[in-house]
Design a binder for this molecule. Structure first.
Ligand code: HEM
Length: 468
């Protein structure tokens, strides 16, 4: 069958099997390097073939715009199905009318007034983090465990309305570690075609280990749902205490409300809880970790954030309001520049369900498209000195094309939590920059990166926090 994609460049394709051997047993680090190499060798569009699957890889801004803004091609592709045992067909993985319905139920969770209530939690959590960092007394800190603790507590308390019991934190630690392990097991599965079959996968030790991790994360989430159900009563959740904001509307309440109207069932709630617990804490944690690493290496940028805090918030240690947070324009540019260089979600992929034109290239139903956000964000035709960390580029009009910067994706399947994430990242960085000077482990070092579901460093990142 004649397919225009077969004329595109890419690693040499063998008859029948295509490029299967290209990825066989590649480690996450090798996979990351291979993808970067392909971008360099084959340019803006290249094709990888795995048996009859044609996967079109893109990172040109015009192509990215066409794919992401397409209103019909919203179905996620093969690698995502490996996530299904964990996240079900929650918002991230579902498609068609199920996705439309869920998106409608969940969108109100991110309304301005609700986010306003959430920033109180973000604030409290960032204060707790600052105290923990103070206790480290200027010693080097392995960032991820500290930061993901903070973001996990925040998502639980805001979206689920459940305060993680800090004394019994072993359950949190187990949950977080299970998530990290799931990521690496999935990647390892992705590179071994014989493990793609569900039945075979379960027979191998890797499949059984995966099963174990699933048990840990699912029981954690079930526990959260049970806790909230105990106190939740129909109708009551709309009351938000104006003074203390103690009784905050949680996403889970909207789901329980929808359940009482038979718009969703318990299994559906479970899917969304798992989806949000994962999407809502790990992505944000990675962005903050990379941000702190970059700040530690750039004293002058830390100082500018500190000055902006003084200007917007004053000396007085009050809680930033929504309008304060909106006024922190420099900090916002720093966060954007961090997400440009280290987009927590380095690539996304779609299955083409309807023929479409990628500019001059016909793409037929059945193909898959991988959008490399990482490569897009480092294109020299979009960014001057793309490897350089320079937040000012987001303030001086250098970034023009609306699809040149898409860490949260764009179009109908964009990130539903992006405003939540921006607020949380701001709160945490304000707390840290007001209280500490950051120093790098090794000056000027660039971390080695891995291809995982999320972008991760190959080695833990350390930073020293010295009180101001
Ligand atoms: C820096 C932080 C974050 C980044 C970089 C990020 C990035 C993304 C990206 C790129 C997508 C599209 C995925 C795809 O097409 O496969 C996405 C979707 C999604 N994100 Fe985020 N995200 C972040 C934080 C959050 C937070 C805090 C939440 C929840 C509170 C969240 C919830 C979701 C959900 C539910 C989806 C699926 C939306 C849909 O398909 O309708 N994300 N995110």
């Amino acid at each position: 069958e004649d397919n225009p994609l077969d004329k595109l460049p890419g690693p040499p394709r063998r008859p029948i099997i295509g490029n299967v051997f290209e990825f066989l047993n590649a480690t996450p680090r090798e996979l990351f390097l291979k993808l970067r190499l392909f971008t360099k060798l084959y340019g803006d569009r290249y094709v990888v073939k795995i048996f009859s699957r044609r996967i079109l890889h893109i990172h040109g801004v015009k192509d990215v715009e066409i794919v992401l803004s397409h209103s019909k091609n919203i179905t996620k592709s093969k690698p995502y199905t490996f996530l299904e045992a964990w996240l079900g067909t929650g918002l991230l993985l579902s498609t068609g009318s199920k996705w439309h319905k869920r998106r409608k139920i969940l969108t109100p969770t991110f309304h301005f007034n609700i986010l306003k209530g959430f920033t109180m939690v973000m604030e409290e959590r960032s204060r707790a983090l600052v105290e923990k960092l103070k206790a480290m007394d200027g010693n080097e800190v392995n960032l991820l465990p500290y930061i993901s603790d903070c973001t996990l507590c925040t998502i639980c308390e805001t979206a689920m309305g459940t305060q993680l019991d800090l004394d019994k934190s072993s359950a949190n630690v187990k949950y977080k570690n299970a998530i990290i392990e799931i990521g690496s097991l999935l990647l390892s599965r992705l590179t071994k075609v014989w493990l793609h079959n569900e039945f075979l996968f379960r027979k191998f030790p890797i499949g059984r280990q995966f099963e174990k991790c699933l048990h840990t994360v699912h029981s954690f989430a079930d526990n959260v749902i049970m806790e909230r159900k105990k106190t939740w009563k129909a109708g009551e959740q709309t009351v938000i205490d104006e003074i203390g904001m103690k009784k905050r509307l949680a996403m889970l309440d909207l789901l329980l409300e929808a359940e009482s109207k038979q718009e969703i069932d318990l299994e559906g709630i479970r899917e969304e809880v798992n989806t949000f617990m994962f999407e809502g804490h790990d992505t944000t944690a990675m962005a903050i970790v990379f941000g702190l690493m970059l700040l530690a290496d750039h004293q002058e940028i830390q100082d500018r954030i500190y000055e902006e805090c003084q200007k917007v918030l004053g000396d007085f240690d009050h809680q930033p309001t929504m309008s304060n947070l909106a006024d922190m324009k420099y900090l916002e540019a720093v966060i954007k520049e961090t997400l440009r260089l280290y987009p927590s979600v380095p690539f996304i992929a779609r299955k083409v369900t309807e023929d479409f034109m990628l500019d001059d290239l016909p793409v037929k139903k059945g193909a898959e498209v991988a959008v490399h956000i990482y490569d897009l964000h480092r294109r020299p035709d979009l960014y001057k000195n793309p490897e350089e960390f320079r937040p000012d580029r987001f303030l001086n009009g250098e970034v023009i094309h609306p699809y040149a910067f898409v860490p949260f994706s764009a179009g109908p399947r964009n990130c539903i939590g992006q405003r939540f994430a921006m607020l949380e990242m701001k709160c945490v960085l304000i707390g840290i920059c007001r209280n500490f000077r950051l120093f790098p482990h090794v000056k000027g070092a660039k971390p080695l990166l891995l291809a995982d579901i999320l972008l991760r460093p190959a080695e833990p990142l350390f930073v020293k926090f010295v009180q101001r």
